[in-house]
Design a protein around this ligand. Structure first.
Ligand code: ATP
Length: 464
């Protein structure tokens, strides 16, 4: 038996070799005497050719007739001889080679009636623009049939980059001495004392799905891990039907002991983003090309060094441009977007950080600015005018924390293990929570966050 080859690894160097390849039947064209079949493996495609009734043709006529009728998307294996076609095969990623079919095995048949066809799903915006009569599939229909949608070049490219994103975050954080932790997702009480939690029944006792690893990652710091990070699911029972909210997303969370100021974390985070974006841009050129063929991606502009906008400066900028925000209000989505365009014009960057948010709009564990406690030692990173990260220095003094909890009327019993941990001494620390899908979405410039989650769940979608 011939060794199994991957389509992407074949080239003209394999000319006249017999190879065994697997993939899905992407399309077929039966021209009477010759059958052209495009075999697809992920984003790689190869044209396989069978000749009918020709003397010396390797494929028996009965086999030819079965293959001609095999349903698109069936998973098949072909043994064939590689050769160079007269003209390049423009429809395939393998343009300079073809495969003469010697034999084949149908490993798993697809049904004939597909809810979405991969050919339709492969039509790019540009092609639709040139020919408005081309069919288009509603995005929600794609999500309803996600397994098929995942087979498209676009989804293949997105989730390979998603994998790259995870890899480079981990690589950067480990290099900077962070220890990866996994914290409970099924917890007693609400993770941040908030209301937006999914409640579950824990053997008759109330429990919920973690809204963030916030309290546990701080407890790991008090447990004397100086730098920790976690990549894991985050659950939000917010009824937010927007293009940037999911009810379950992937959080990249980190927490670290600081020396003098929380700005140490801000700079580390900025360097991490620059590293990750550089790596993605150079390691995923083919995938970026695919995404660009579907969406008109605006180039990401990054300033040579970190741009920091203090909250009060942001308010001035917004007011100068028509916003009616009060001094201590939080940004609305529109304010955030407007600020993004003002900062882009002023500082020529799509990535920047806003610091010193009002204490009143941040969670109870946020360290106030001790020079003016109306404000806090907090920060949000913005990418293309939308929030991708939220973080702050945390209160590490037990008395101060207990006072904040009491002031805000938070149920201390539900978080007593967290509060008690501070009684045993906690180092000054700060951290951040990042939404993985948001990074990918704004890095690529997608119109909707759902593109970037494998099986997106939102208030209206719990299946698949
Ligand atoms: P927003 O104001 O955008 O709803 P948030 O203030 O609730 O976000 P945090 O709770 O601070 O956000 O979460 C940290 C990060 O997690 C955010 O900066 C964002 O990248 C991401 N994130 C938050 N909520 C969601 C969500 N519902 N879906 C996807 N990502 C989210």
């Amino acid at each position: 038996m011939y060794q199994l080859s991957e389509i992407k690894n074949l080239s003209v160097l394999n000319n006249q070799e017999i190879v065994r390849v697997r993939g899905r039947v992407f399309s077929k064209k039966d021209c009477g005497k010759v059958l052209f079949l495009i075999l697809r493996d992920g984003i790689d495609t190869l044209q396989a050719v069978a000749l009918k009734n020709k003397e010396g043709a390797p494929l028996p006529i009965d086999d030819y007739n079965v293959l001609r009728k095999v349903e698109n998307e069936s998973f098949i294996e072909i043994v064939g001889k590689i050769y160079g076609p007269e003209k390049p095969v423009l429809a395939c990623s393998q343009k300079c080679i073809e495969l003469e079919i010697v034999s084949y095995t149908i490993l798993s048949r697809s049904v004939l009636d597909l809810p979405i066809t991969l050919k339709e799903a492969a039509i790019t915006e540009e092609q639709k623009h040139d020919n408005p009569l081309l069919p288009s599939i509603q995005y929600f229909k794609r999500l309803d049939n996600r397994v098929l949608d995942l087979r498209t070049d676009l989804s293949q490219a997105i989730f390979r980059m998603n994998d790259g994103l995870l890899f480079y975050f981990q690589k950067y954080l480990r290099k900077n001495k962070f220890v990866e932790i996994k914290t409970p997702k099924l917890i007693g009480g609400a993770s941040e004392g908030g209301a937006d939690v999914f409640k579950v029944d824990y053997f008759g006792k109330p429990a919920c799905l973690a809204q963030s690893p916030q309290l546990y990652k701080q407890m790991a710091i008090i447990g004397d891990f100086k730098r920790v990070f976690e990549i894991g699911p985050v659950f939000r029972a917010e009824n937010s039907n927007t293009n940037r909210h999911l009810t379950e997303f992937v959080g990249v969370d980190l927490e670290m002991v600081i020396d003098k100021t929380y700005m140490e974390v801000v700079h580390l985070l900025y360097n991490m983003f620059i590293y990750v974006f550089d790596q993605l841009s150079s390691a995923y050129k083919a995938e970026l090309e695919i995404v660009r063929s579907f969406f008109d991606l605006p180039q990401l502009t990054l300033a040579p060094k970190l741009v920091v906008v203090e909250f009060s400066e942001a308010i001035d900028l917004l007011r100068a441009n028509g916003s009616k925000m009060g001094d201590l209000d939080d940004f609305s989505t529109e304010d955030e977007k407007l600020l993004g365009s003002i900062v882009k014009e002023k500082y020529e960057t799509d990535l920047y950080v806003v610091t010193k948010y009002p204490s009143s709009v941040r969670p109870f564990y946020t360290m106030p600015d001790l020079k003016d406690t109306r404000y806090s030692n907090s920060y949000d990173f913005m990418l293309r005018g939308e929030e991708i990260l939220s973080g702050a220095q945390r209160v590490h003094d037990h008395t101060m924390l207990a006072e904040r909890v009491a002031e805000l009327g938070i149920d201390a019993t539900a978080i007593r293990h967290y509060l008690d941990a501070f009684k045993y001494g906690a180092p000054p620390h700060a951290g951040a929570g990042i939404g993985l899908e948001r990074i990918l979405r704004y890095f690529l410039g997608f119109p909707d966050i759902r593109y970037c989650n494998l099986f997106p769940h939102d208030p209206k979608r719990l299946y698949p």
